[in-house]
Design a protein around this ligand. Structure first.
Ligand SMILES: CC(C)(COP(=O)(O)OP(=O)(O)OC[C@H]1O[C@@H](n2cnc3c(N)ncnc32)[C@H](O)[C@@H]1OP(=O)(O)O)[C@@H](O)C(=O)NCCC(=O)NCCS
Length: 259
């Protein structure tokens, strides 16, 4: 990140800059990209800027807000956001990463990476152990960045509210996935035009995630995602399949994934 840029915790004073940046970015998205971010009202931003458990970080170029990122430490009451994912994790241990927005003229300079790094730092200071987020599958700029910051794709599904095809990502700060790069590991080409490839890609990724594979790495030169099946998830998946299909092994219907 360039030296003239400065990171700050955002508060109520920054509301107009936050709204302006959001509106600019939404106006800049194509019609089929509008679902990349949830359009928030001033009231919602105020809650985050003044909130007890929602935080916002911003990057400034002088007085101008050029990037912003929101994250939440969910409270242990009622249903949390993204309740459909990782329900076994205690809210006290969790940080939920929300929207990160970078002004189009400041993109490709590592600002999102910097904000991801700082969110993790803050979460660890607050004693959190796991980060989760939900990202639209057709927003590779966002999920490639998440993978680069150590998150992995754990679940691929439709959002229960709006049906958008999404990736659920997770990073356990203190318990990296136990992965063997030689066993149960392969790379998957994602195609040159992600928008065109989405239906097929979604089906493939959904199948892999259901089978206990995690998307753990992006190989930019080859445009591939590396998928691996960590031992702990392999056991969980087998138990899940076994519970669903009592005759699974007896009927010989076991499926093999070919590399
Ligand atoms: C997604 C977004 C936040 C990325 O911000 P950024 O500051 O440009 O990201 P960075 O510079 O930190 O990106 C670094 C890496 O991201 C990946 N990346 C960034 N833009 C990409 C794109 N359009 N396609 C594929 N990968 C991309 C690259 O791997 C890049 O690394 P490289 O420069 O070594 O190739 C920005 O594009 C944005 O605001 N988009 C609109 C809003 C949005 O979709 N937000 C995310 C949903 S919450």
């Amino acid at each position: 990140m360039s030296e003239q840029l400065e990171v700050k915790n955002l508060n109520i004073e920054h509301l107009s800059g936050v709204m302006e940046l959001q509106n600019k970015i939404i106006a800049n998205l194509q019609e089929d990209e509008k679902h990349f971010i949830l359009k928030r009202s001033a009231a919602e931003f105020l809650k985050a800027l003044d909130g007890e458990n929602v935080y916002m970080l911003g990057i400034f170029d002088g007085d101008k807000l050029v990037a912003q990122s929101m994250f939440e430490f969910p409270e242990n009451v009622g249903k949390r956001e993204l309740a459909e994912f990782a329900p076994e994790i205690d809210c006290d241990d969790l940080v939920i990463y929300k929207a990160t927005l970078v002004d189009p003229s400041y993109r490709g300079r590592g600002l999102m990476q910097e904000l991801l790094r700082l969110r993790e730092q803050k979460a660890k200071i607050e004693g959190k152990k796991t980060a989760i987020s939900q990202i639209a599958i057709d927003n590779p700029a966002s999920w490639i960045n998440a993978i680069k910051s150590g998150m992995s794709i754990r679940k691929v599904d439709k959002d229960p509210f709006d049906g958008a095809k999404v990736l659920y990502m997770q990073k356990d700060f203190y318990k990296p996935l136990a992965i063997s790069k030689t066993k149960n590991c392969f790379s998957m080409y994602i195609g040159k035009n992600i928008h065109k490839e989405i239906p097929a890609l979604f089906n493939k990724m959904h199948y892999l995630a259901e089978a206990g594979y995690c998307g753990i790495e992006f190989v930019g030169k080859e445009n591939k995602i590396v998928w691996a099946k960590p031992e702990e998830l392999r056991i969980v998946t087998l138990q899940r399949q076994f519970a669903k299909m009592p005759n699974y092994f007896a009927s010989g219907q076991g499926k093999t994934i070919h590399r």
